[in-house]
Ligand binder design. Structure first.
Ligand code: DOR
Ligand code: ZN
Length: 344
Protein backbone atom coordinates (compact mmCIF):
# COMPACT_ATOMS: atom_id res chain seq x y z
CA UNK A 1 0.00 0.00 0.00
CA UNK A 2 1.44 3.39 -1.01
CA UNK A 3 -1.24 5.69 0.23
CA UNK A 4 -3.70 5.64 3.09
CA UNK A 5 -6.60 7.99 3.80
CA UNK A 6 -8.10 8.08 7.28
CA UNK A 7 -10.58 10.24 9.15
CA UNK A 8 -8.66 13.23 10.50
CA UNK A 9 -7.01 12.20 13.78
CA UNK A 10 -6.94 13.87 17.20
CA UNK A 11 -4.08 13.91 19.69
CA UNK A 12 -5.42 12.82 23.08
CA UNK A 13 -2.35 13.93 25.07
CA UNK A 14 0.16 16.68 24.43
CA UNK A 15 2.05 19.65 25.89
CA UNK A 16 1.78 22.96 24.04
CA UNK A 17 3.60 24.98 26.74
CA UNK A 18 2.79 28.73 26.68
CA UNK A 19 3.56 32.20 25.33
CA UNK A 20 6.07 32.29 22.43
CA UNK A 21 6.37 28.51 22.37
CA UNK A 22 2.73 28.32 21.20
CA UNK A 23 3.69 29.80 17.82
CA UNK A 24 5.78 26.68 17.24
CA UNK A 25 3.72 23.97 18.93
CA UNK A 26 0.17 24.85 17.88
CA UNK A 27 0.82 24.96 14.09
CA UNK A 28 2.88 21.76 14.34
CA UNK A 29 -0.08 19.90 15.80
CA UNK A 30 -2.77 21.69 13.78
CA UNK A 31 -1.07 20.52 10.54
CA UNK A 32 -2.68 17.09 10.93
CA UNK A 33 -4.75 16.88 14.12
CA UNK A 34 -8.25 18.26 14.47
CA UNK A 35 -8.35 18.41 18.28
CA UNK A 36 -5.93 17.82 21.13
CA UNK A 37 -6.16 17.22 24.85
CA UNK A 38 -3.89 19.92 26.24
CA UNK A 39 -1.91 19.06 29.35
CA UNK A 40 -2.11 21.60 32.18
CA UNK A 41 1.44 21.37 33.58
CA UNK A 42 2.37 24.99 32.99
CA UNK A 43 4.16 27.08 35.62
CA UNK A 44 1.96 27.83 37.51
CA UNK A 45 -0.32 24.93 36.51
CA UNK A 46 -3.80 25.34 35.01
CA UNK A 47 -5.72 24.86 38.24
CA UNK A 48 -9.13 26.40 37.66
CA UNK A 49 -11.69 27.27 35.01
CA UNK A 50 -10.48 30.85 34.53
CA UNK A 51 -6.91 29.72 33.93
CA UNK A 52 -8.12 27.07 31.47
CA UNK A 53 -10.21 29.58 29.54
CA UNK A 54 -7.42 32.13 29.23
CA UNK A 55 -4.93 29.41 28.22
CA UNK A 56 -7.40 28.23 25.59
CA UNK A 57 -7.58 31.77 24.17
CA UNK A 58 -3.78 31.95 23.92
CA UNK A 59 -3.75 28.62 22.06
CA UNK A 60 -6.51 29.71 19.69
CA UNK A 61 -4.56 32.92 18.92
CA UNK A 62 -1.55 30.85 17.91
CA UNK A 63 -3.44 28.85 15.28
CA UNK A 64 -2.36 29.29 11.68
CA UNK A 65 -4.75 31.40 9.62
CA UNK A 66 -7.80 29.46 8.53
CA UNK A 67 -7.18 26.58 10.94
CA UNK A 68 -10.17 25.18 12.78
CA UNK A 69 -8.01 23.17 15.19
CA UNK A 70 -9.72 22.94 18.59
CA UNK A 71 -7.87 22.53 21.90
CA UNK A 72 -9.64 20.46 24.58
CA UNK A 73 -8.75 21.83 27.98
CA UNK A 74 -7.81 20.01 31.17
CA UNK A 75 -7.31 21.00 34.82
CA UNK A 76 -4.32 20.06 36.94
CA UNK A 77 -5.38 18.18 40.04
CA UNK A 78 -3.78 19.40 43.27
CA UNK A 79 -4.29 18.51 46.93
CA UNK A 80 -6.50 21.61 47.12
CA UNK A 81 -8.75 21.11 44.08
CA UNK A 82 -12.36 21.29 45.30
CA UNK A 83 -15.68 19.91 44.10
CA UNK A 84 -16.61 23.54 43.27
CA UNK A 85 -13.52 23.79 41.02
CA UNK A 86 -14.74 20.71 39.15
CA UNK A 87 -18.26 22.12 38.70
CA UNK A 88 -16.89 25.45 37.46
CA UNK A 89 -14.54 23.65 35.07
CA UNK A 90 -17.45 21.66 33.66
CA UNK A 91 -19.37 24.91 33.07
CA UNK A 92 -16.31 26.31 31.25
CA UNK A 93 -16.17 23.32 28.89
CA UNK A 94 -13.12 21.67 30.46
CA UNK A 95 -13.33 17.98 29.56
CA UNK A 96 -10.92 16.29 31.94
CA UNK A 97 -8.66 16.55 34.97
CA UNK A 98 -5.04 15.38 34.94
CA UNK A 99 -3.58 13.73 38.01
CA UNK A 100 0.19 13.80 38.46
CA UNK A 101 1.58 12.18 41.58
CA UNK A 102 3.72 14.99 43.06
CA UNK A 103 7.25 14.79 41.68
CA UNK A 104 6.50 12.24 38.95
CA UNK A 105 7.56 14.41 36.01
CA UNK A 106 8.03 17.90 34.51
CA UNK A 107 6.22 20.56 36.56
CA UNK A 108 4.49 18.07 38.80
CA UNK A 109 5.56 19.72 42.08
CA UNK A 110 1.98 20.85 42.69
CA UNK A 111 0.65 17.37 41.98
CA UNK A 112 -1.18 15.08 44.33
CA UNK A 113 0.62 14.00 47.51
CA UNK A 114 -2.25 11.79 48.74
CA UNK A 115 -4.31 9.92 46.14
CA UNK A 116 -6.49 8.71 49.03
CA UNK A 117 -7.66 12.26 49.76
CA UNK A 118 -8.82 12.81 46.15
CA UNK A 119 -11.72 10.34 46.07
CA UNK A 120 -14.37 13.07 46.55
CA UNK A 121 -12.94 14.72 43.45
CA UNK A 122 -13.04 11.45 41.50
CA UNK A 123 -16.73 11.15 42.47
CA UNK A 124 -17.35 14.74 41.36
CA UNK A 125 -15.71 14.04 37.99
CA UNK A 126 -17.96 11.04 37.43
CA UNK A 127 -21.04 13.08 38.43
CA UNK A 128 -20.08 15.85 36.02
CA UNK A 129 -19.27 13.45 33.17
CA UNK A 130 -15.62 14.50 33.09
CA UNK A 131 -12.64 12.19 32.64
CA UNK A 132 -9.73 11.47 34.95
CA UNK A 133 -6.40 11.33 33.10
CA UNK A 134 -3.66 9.68 35.11
CA UNK A 135 0.12 9.83 35.00
CA UNK A 136 0.47 6.36 36.46
CA UNK A 137 3.77 6.21 38.28
CA UNK A 138 4.55 6.12 41.98
CA UNK A 139 7.28 8.47 43.12
CA UNK A 140 8.80 6.84 46.21
CA UNK A 141 12.58 6.94 46.15
CA UNK A 142 12.89 3.29 46.99
CA UNK A 143 10.90 2.16 43.94
CA UNK A 144 13.07 1.53 40.87
CA UNK A 145 12.16 3.87 38.01
CA UNK A 146 11.46 0.92 35.70
CA UNK A 147 8.92 -0.50 38.19
CA UNK A 148 7.03 2.69 38.95
CA UNK A 149 4.18 2.14 36.50
CA UNK A 150 3.46 -1.39 37.67
CA UNK A 151 3.65 -0.24 41.29
CA UNK A 152 1.11 2.50 40.56
CA UNK A 153 -1.32 -0.06 39.15
CA UNK A 154 -1.00 -2.19 42.27
CA UNK A 155 -1.16 0.67 44.76
CA UNK A 156 -3.69 3.01 43.17
CA UNK A 157 -5.05 2.33 39.70
CA UNK A 158 -6.96 -0.83 40.53
CA UNK A 159 -8.61 0.82 43.50
CA UNK A 160 -9.55 4.04 41.70
CA UNK A 161 -11.15 2.13 38.84
CA UNK A 162 -13.06 -0.21 41.13
CA UNK A 163 -14.14 2.32 43.76
CA UNK A 164 -15.62 4.84 41.32
CA UNK A 165 -17.39 2.57 38.85
CA UNK A 166 -18.80 5.22 36.53
CA UNK A 167 -15.65 7.34 36.27
CA UNK A 168 -13.95 7.32 32.86
CA UNK A 169 -10.23 6.85 33.37
CA UNK A 170 -7.44 7.24 30.83
CA UNK A 171 -4.16 5.61 31.81
CA UNK A 172 -1.86 8.03 30.01
CA UNK A 173 1.19 7.14 27.92
CA UNK A 174 1.41 3.51 29.04
CA UNK A 175 4.81 1.86 28.77
CA UNK A 176 4.48 -1.69 30.08
CA UNK A 177 2.74 -4.99 29.42
CA UNK A 178 1.43 -4.67 32.97
CA UNK A 179 -0.44 -1.52 31.96
CA UNK A 180 -1.78 -2.88 28.67
CA UNK A 181 -2.95 -6.07 30.44
CA UNK A 182 -4.56 -3.98 33.17
CA UNK A 183 -6.48 -1.89 30.64
CA UNK A 184 -7.56 -4.93 28.62
CA UNK A 185 -9.02 -6.62 31.66
CA UNK A 186 -10.46 -3.54 33.36
CA UNK A 187 -14.15 -2.64 33.48
CA UNK A 188 -15.79 -0.53 30.75
CA UNK A 189 -14.70 3.10 30.89
CA UNK A 190 -10.96 2.47 31.19
CA UNK A 191 -8.64 3.24 28.28
CA UNK A 192 -5.03 4.21 27.57
CA UNK A 193 -3.01 6.45 25.30
CA UNK A 194 0.25 5.27 23.72
CA UNK A 195 3.04 7.50 22.38
CA UNK A 196 5.05 6.96 19.18
CA UNK A 197 8.30 6.64 21.13
CA UNK A 198 7.00 3.80 23.31
CA UNK A 199 5.90 1.90 20.19
CA UNK A 200 9.14 2.53 18.28
CA UNK A 201 11.74 2.29 21.00
CA UNK A 202 12.91 0.55 24.13
CA UNK A 203 15.49 1.48 26.73
CA UNK A 204 18.37 0.37 24.52
CA UNK A 205 17.49 3.27 22.23
CA UNK A 206 18.17 5.60 25.14
CA UNK A 207 21.25 3.98 26.66
CA UNK A 208 23.24 1.82 24.21
CA UNK A 209 26.25 3.49 22.58
CA UNK A 210 25.87 6.64 24.66
CA UNK A 211 23.09 8.44 26.48
CA UNK A 212 20.51 9.80 24.05
CA UNK A 213 18.73 12.59 25.89
CA UNK A 214 16.24 13.23 23.10
CA UNK A 215 14.79 9.75 23.65
CA UNK A 216 14.38 10.41 27.36
CA UNK A 217 10.80 10.86 28.45
CA UNK A 218 8.62 9.86 31.39
CA UNK A 219 7.47 7.24 32.02
CA UNK A 220 10.91 6.15 30.84
CA UNK A 221 11.32 3.70 27.92
CA UNK A 222 11.18 0.10 29.15
CA UNK A 223 12.68 -3.22 28.02
CA UNK A 224 11.81 -4.58 24.57
CA UNK A 225 9.28 -7.14 25.85
CA UNK A 226 7.13 -4.24 27.06
CA UNK A 227 7.55 -2.40 23.77
CA UNK A 228 6.45 -5.56 21.99
CA UNK A 229 3.34 -5.87 24.18
CA UNK A 230 2.33 -2.30 23.31
CA UNK A 231 2.86 -2.99 19.61
CA UNK A 232 0.72 -6.11 19.81
CA UNK A 233 -2.08 -4.34 21.59
CA UNK A 234 -2.34 -1.56 19.00
CA UNK A 235 -2.13 -4.12 16.18
CA UNK A 236 -5.05 -5.97 17.77
CA UNK A 237 -7.29 -3.00 17.08
CA UNK A 238 -8.70 -2.92 20.64
CA UNK A 239 -10.77 0.22 21.06
CA UNK A 240 -9.36 0.78 24.56
CA UNK A 241 -6.16 2.23 23.12
CA UNK A 242 -5.77 5.48 21.24
CA UNK A 243 -3.31 8.04 20.00
CA UNK A 244 -1.69 10.41 22.48
CA UNK A 245 1.69 11.70 21.34
CA UNK A 246 2.80 13.25 24.65
CA UNK A 247 4.66 15.69 22.39
CA UNK A 248 6.61 17.66 25.01
CA UNK A 249 9.13 20.25 23.81
CA UNK A 250 12.07 21.41 25.86
CA UNK A 251 14.75 23.83 24.63
CA UNK A 252 17.83 21.99 23.38
CA UNK A 253 20.01 23.17 26.27
CA UNK A 254 17.51 21.75 28.75
CA UNK A 255 17.64 18.30 27.12
CA UNK A 256 21.39 18.24 26.47
CA UNK A 257 22.19 18.94 30.07
CA UNK A 258 23.81 17.27 33.08
CA UNK A 259 20.25 16.97 34.42
CA UNK A 260 18.22 16.76 31.23
CA UNK A 261 14.45 17.29 31.06
CA UNK A 262 12.06 14.48 30.13
CA UNK A 263 10.03 14.82 26.95
CA UNK A 264 10.09 14.10 23.21
CA UNK A 265 8.90 16.83 20.86
CA UNK A 266 7.20 14.61 18.32
CA UNK A 267 4.49 16.84 16.81
CA UNK A 268 6.30 17.19 13.46
CA UNK A 269 6.50 13.46 12.80
CA UNK A 270 4.19 11.63 15.20
CA UNK A 271 1.36 10.75 12.82
CA UNK A 272 3.84 9.58 10.19
CA UNK A 273 5.74 7.50 12.75
CA UNK A 274 2.57 5.84 14.04
CA UNK A 275 1.76 5.00 10.41
CA UNK A 276 5.20 3.46 10.01
CA UNK A 277 4.64 1.33 13.12
CA UNK A 278 1.25 0.08 11.94
CA UNK A 279 2.78 -0.78 8.57
CA UNK A 280 5.61 -2.71 10.25
CA UNK A 281 2.93 -4.61 12.18
CA UNK A 282 1.02 -5.33 8.99
CA UNK A 283 -1.90 -3.55 10.65
CA UNK A 284 -2.46 -0.41 8.57
CA UNK A 285 -6.16 -1.26 8.63
CA UNK A 286 -6.09 -0.58 12.40
CA UNK A 287 -4.49 2.86 12.15
CA UNK A 288 -7.71 4.78 11.68
CA UNK A 289 -9.33 3.28 14.77
CA UNK A 290 -6.32 4.11 16.93
CA UNK A 291 -5.76 7.59 15.52
CA UNK A 292 -9.25 8.83 14.77
CA UNK A 293 -12.10 6.72 16.18
CA UNK A 294 -11.36 5.17 19.59
CA UNK A 295 -10.46 8.52 21.21
CA UNK A 296 -13.61 10.50 20.38
CA UNK A 297 -15.78 7.44 21.07
CA UNK A 298 -14.26 7.06 24.52
CA UNK A 299 -14.48 10.77 25.33
CA UNK A 300 -18.09 10.86 24.08
CA UNK A 301 -17.26 13.44 21.41
CA UNK A 302 -18.22 13.36 17.73
CA UNK A 303 -15.82 11.73 15.30
CA UNK A 304 -14.21 14.09 12.80
CA UNK A 305 -15.64 14.11 9.31
CA UNK A 306 -12.78 15.35 7.13
CA UNK A 307 -9.83 13.15 6.21
CA UNK A 308 -6.03 13.16 5.91
CA UNK A 309 -3.93 11.18 3.45
CA UNK A 310 -0.48 9.75 4.08
CA UNK A 311 1.74 8.66 1.22
CA UNK A 312 4.69 6.29 1.24
CA UNK A 313 7.51 8.75 0.72
CA UNK A 314 10.81 9.13 2.55
CA UNK A 315 11.70 12.38 4.24
CA UNK A 316 14.06 13.40 6.98
CA UNK A 317 13.10 14.95 10.30
CA UNK A 318 15.11 18.19 10.70
CA UNK A 319 18.10 18.16 13.06
CA UNK A 320 16.81 21.21 14.84
CA UNK A 321 13.89 23.65 14.83
CA UNK A 322 14.22 27.28 15.90
CA UNK A 323 11.65 28.97 18.09
CA UNK A 324 10.58 32.54 17.31
CA UNK A 325 13.17 33.78 19.83
CA UNK A 326 15.92 31.86 18.00
CA UNK A 327 16.19 29.15 20.63
CA UNK A 328 16.73 25.69 19.10
CA UNK A 329 14.67 22.59 19.88
CA UNK A 330 15.69 19.12 18.72
CA UNK A 331 12.59 17.31 17.47
CA UNK A 332 11.97 13.64 18.18
CA UNK A 333 13.60 11.38 15.52
CA UNK A 334 15.83 14.29 14.42
CA UNK A 335 17.97 13.61 11.37
CA UNK A 336 16.29 10.23 10.79
CA UNK A 337 14.29 8.98 7.83
CA UNK A 338 10.53 8.58 8.07
CA UNK A 339 8.84 6.44 5.45
CA UNK A 340 5.37 8.05 5.41
CA UNK A 341 4.52 11.65 4.63
CA UNK A 342 1.39 13.69 5.15
CA UNK A 343 -0.05 14.70 1.79
CA UNK A 344 -0.42 18.48 1.63
O1 DOR B 1 8.40 13.03 29.22
C1 DOR B 1 7.50 13.70 29.70
N1 DOR B 1 7.45 15.04 29.50
N2 DOR B 1 6.59 13.11 30.47
C2 DOR B 1 5.70 13.82 31.17
O2 DOR B 1 4.93 13.22 31.87
C3 DOR B 1 5.70 15.30 31.11
C4 DOR B 1 6.32 15.80 29.90
C5 DOR B 1 6.66 17.28 29.96
O3 DOR B 1 5.81 18.08 30.36
O4 DOR B 1 7.79 17.64 29.59
ZN1 ZN C 1 2.48 14.26 29.01
Amino acid sequence: MNEITIIKPDDWHLHFRDDDMLLETVPATARCFSRAIVMPNLVPPVMNADMALSYKERILSARPQGSDFMPLMTLYLTDKTSVEDIKAAKQAGVVAVKMYPAGATTNSDSGVTSVESRYPIFEALAENDMLLLIHGEVTHNHVDIFDREKEFIDQHMTKIVESVPNLKVVFEHITTKDASDFVLSAREGVAATITPQHLMMNRNDMLVGGVRPHNYCLPVLKRSSHQEALRQVVASGSNRFFLGTDSAPHARHKKENACGCAGCYSAWSALELYTQVFEELDALDKLEGFASLHGPDFYGLPRNTDTVTLVKEEWQVPDSINLANGEPIVPFFSGREVSWKLKA
